[in-house]
Design a protein. Structure first.
Lengths: 438, 282
């Protein structure tokens, strides 16, 4: 029997939050073990989306020299409002986006997480993969003093454990920091496909000048059958990430199958030409926690902190999550360093973590959009009604077949009136405003 | 008690694509694993170590990437990993490979006596089952292929009783040690590696041996020079077509038998059939 395994800190999960926490603590001189259940960091991830570099730079100031495996810088981004047969595009392209390193990159998390975890190993973190943490070890007072894994002789001890276990936060629930299972009302299921195409072809189709340009598009309306949710198209180096996300509840209520929603979106006349001739490389789905600020778990307990998806740190409106996770992971790491300095691992001391988050964009943003999910929930017609209206209005506005413009304007107005009463519109606007302003 | 296990990193053939033009495996980008039989050989070695003490050395010849397979062996309980890698070893057939492995085992033996050699019964990418026997004959040690169980093992008396699978059933053999066993999966069930092993493996760097150092290999016996095998053509055989069925119920027994006999005669697979041959017991 080997000696007891003791470290200064244990991190559960090698995603952005866990790795950021591990790096921060290792750089601060702690002996850190990072436990990951996948074959390698990123193996369990299916993310193809946008990564923001500000949070990464705060964890690893020299990240650019370490050559992160990004796909393309995001030089053009915006929204498509999709009706069944047309689209209105609000896209923003700017020279400002062309600095290097850029503010945002499209990325695939499988290679990115592997790279990020490799940086942690370079900083002295002990990364152990293929190992699932199944429970927390607690002392007589219920304080967390370590974790037990699914391996023989698999107990590991440390005065502080950082849970970055992801959306399926079973350990956080076991500790009673989060309520039992995620309600379908507040969890989105995002189904995604990676479609391989030659780089040149991608650049031609999206109007990109070369590998130094990339596009990130969020799509509303018909892509999700007018239901609250979003679809997305991101240009990678030699592939397109395309997907649709809806609250689990919508899938259940409307008896939708995730793959059918994606297949329908891909067949849309506006979307199809972008994908033509591509080869399907990957297909899968992932849950996204969208409980929002008011239903977040407790972030600290005796000897334990929670960060990332496990703590529902997702800003669905701005498709942000990885940057919140990295920042939260870093702050959890900083708090753990401070706890080691003071030799105080009590929940009372560790609540400093939450205060750090309150002062950062992480909880400020989540607080501001705390009513967003409720808004979409209580205004399910919002996407369908207004987006179809915008498309119909655009069509009237841009056509010329001998109708006086005054009459055209009247028709557009009429289109809106048919769909929603003044009172209804006023209500929608108020609710939207409240959703945006917190 | 010192066991040497020889392993090979192979493409995961359950997760690999076939080039439709050539019928060969597309190795580029294919996920790699340790040859499954070799993992069981290692497990057997670790179990013997747990019982008798001593050490397990794992050996592989392959590209630099094969170092990760050795790290996985450390996770599974091996103590030492040796990677034999050099461009000069490239394109080796089973003759050249068995020379390299045998020569390396001699070098290990010179450092520390070896009691047992364990190999997987064959590699899933080539399926030749030749390297283990080739090494045994070069080292002049007893060979037991297709071993499924070690019934008794006595390192002090240098004897072991081993069960091996043969077509007719199971053969039980007693052998002197050292011996070389090529093993089936039944030899030992894989266990989940303990966490301390993973921690040790996380910082483990396998030893790397080249064609010249620390033990020089004979340049004429390695790589393409040491490989007389010529692959004329690799192809996927066409699927066998369904045969013709003659139902006794439709045509009667005599007609069915004579139809079958006529087919056999026409195919020329039997040189002569006695004139007027009839079916039935002799």
């Amino acid at each position: 029997m080997s000696a007891k395994l003791v470290f200064d800190a244990i991190v559960v999960g090698a995603g952005p939050a866990g790795v950021a926490a591990a790096i921060t603590m290792a750089r601060g001189g702690l002996r850190v073990i990072l436990l990951e259940r996948g074959r390698f960091a990123g193996a369990k991830n299916f993310f193809g989306g946008v990564l923001y570099t500000h949070a990464l730079a705060e964890v690893l100031p020299d990240y650019w020299q370490r050559k992160p495996p990004f796909e393309r810088p995001v030089t053009e981004q915006g929204y498509w409002l999709l009706s069944p047969d047309s689209v209105v595009r609000f896209m923003h392209k700017s020279e400002h986006y062309k600095q290097e390193p850029a503010e945002a990159y499209t990325a695939l998390r499988a290679p990115f997480d592997a790279w990020f975890a490799e940086q942690a190993v370079r900083e002295g973190v002990l990364l152990i993969t293929k190992t699932t943490v199944i429970d927390l070890l607690r002392d007589g007072q219920g304080r967390v003093i370590g974790v037990s894994t699914d391996r023989p002789e698999g107990d590991v001890y440390a005065p502080i454990v950082i849970l970055a276990e992801g959306v399926n936060n079973l350990l956080t629930q076991k500790l009673g920091l989060a309520g039992s299972d995620l309600p379908p009302r507040f969890v989105a299921l995002s189904v995604k496909e990676l479609i391989g195409l030659p780089a040149k072809e991608i650049e031609t189709r999206f109007g990109l000048a070369g590998a130094q340009e990339g596009v990130a598009i969020d799509i509303f309306g018909d892509a999700t059958l007018g239901l609250p949710g979003t679809a997305f198209i991101y240009s990678d180096k030699k592939a397109i990430s395309i997907g649709v996300g809806l609250l689990l509840e919508e899938f259940i209520w409307h008896n939708l199958r995730p793959y059918e929603v994606l297949a329908r979106f891909k067949a849309h006349p506006v979307v199809r030409p972008y994908l033509e001739g591509g080869e399907s490389l990957e297909y899968g789905a992932h849950l996204i926690p969208e409980q929002g600020y008011d239903r977040m778990p407790e972030l600290a307990g005796d000897g334990v902190l929670v960060a990332g998806d496990a703590a529902c740190m997702v800003d669905a409106l701005h498709r942000e999550g990885t940057n919140l996770a990295m920042t939260a992971g870093r702050m959890a790491g900083e708090t753990a360093l401070e706890a080691h300095r003071q030799n105080d691992f009590s929940a009372a001391f560790l609540r400093a973590y939450r205060r750090r988050l309150e002062e950062s964009f992480v909880l400020k943003d989540l607080k501001q959009y705390r009513r967003m999910t409720d808004f979409l929930d209580s205004t399910p017609h919002f996407m369908g009604t207004y987006i179809n209206f915008v498309n119909d209005a655009a069509m009237r506005f841009f056509s010329a077949h001998g109708m006086p413009k005054r009459q055209m304007e009247g028709e557009i107005f009429g289109l809106l009136r048919q769909r929603r009463s003044f009172f209804g519109m006023a209500q929608d606007a108020m609710k939207l405003l409240r959703g945006m302003r917190g | 008690m010192h066991t040497v296990v020889a392993i090979k990193q192979v493409p995961d053939t359950s997760n690999v694509r076939i080039n439709p033009d050539t019928g060969t495996l597309i190795r580029e980008g294919a996920p790699v694993i340790i040859n499954p039989y070799d993992v069981h050989a290692l497990e057997m070695a670790v179990r013997l170590k747990e019982r008798f003490g001593g050490k397990v050395t794992v050996l592989t010849m392959g590209p630099p990437k094969a170092a990760e397979a050795l790290v996985e062996c450390i996770e599974q309980g091996a103590d030492r990993g040796i990677l034999i890698t050099d461009r000069k070893f490239a394109a080796a057939d089973t003759l050249a490979t068995s020379y390299v492995i045998a020569h390396a085992i001699e070098a290990i033996q010179a450092e520390e006596p070896v009691d047992l050699l364990l190999f997987g019964k064959q590699a899933i990418d080539g399926d030749t089952a030749q390297v283990g026997p080739g090494v045994a004959s070069r080292l002049d040690v007893p060979l037991i292929s297709y071993a499924i169980q070690i019934e008794a093992f006595d390192p002090a008396a240098r004897r072991a009783i081993v069960h091996r699978r043969i077509e007719q059933g199971i053969e039980v053999l007693e052998t002197s040690l050292p011996a070389l066993l090529t093993v089936e999966k039944e030899i030992a069930a894989i266990r989940r590696a303990p966490l301390p092993n993973l921690i040790r493996a996380a910082g483990y760097q396998p030893e790397v041996w080249s064609a010249d150092a620390p033990n020089p290999f004979d340049p004429a016996s390695i790589g393409i020079k040491g490989s007389p095998t010529i692959v004329g053509k690799a192809f996927t055989p066409p699927p066998k077509e369904a045969g013709e069925l003659v139902h006794v119920a439709d045509v009667g027994l005599a007609a069915a038998v004579s139809t079958a006999l006529a087919k056999i005669a026409a195919a020329g697979v039997v040189a002569t059939l006695p004139a007027g041959a009839k079916g039935g017991s002799p």
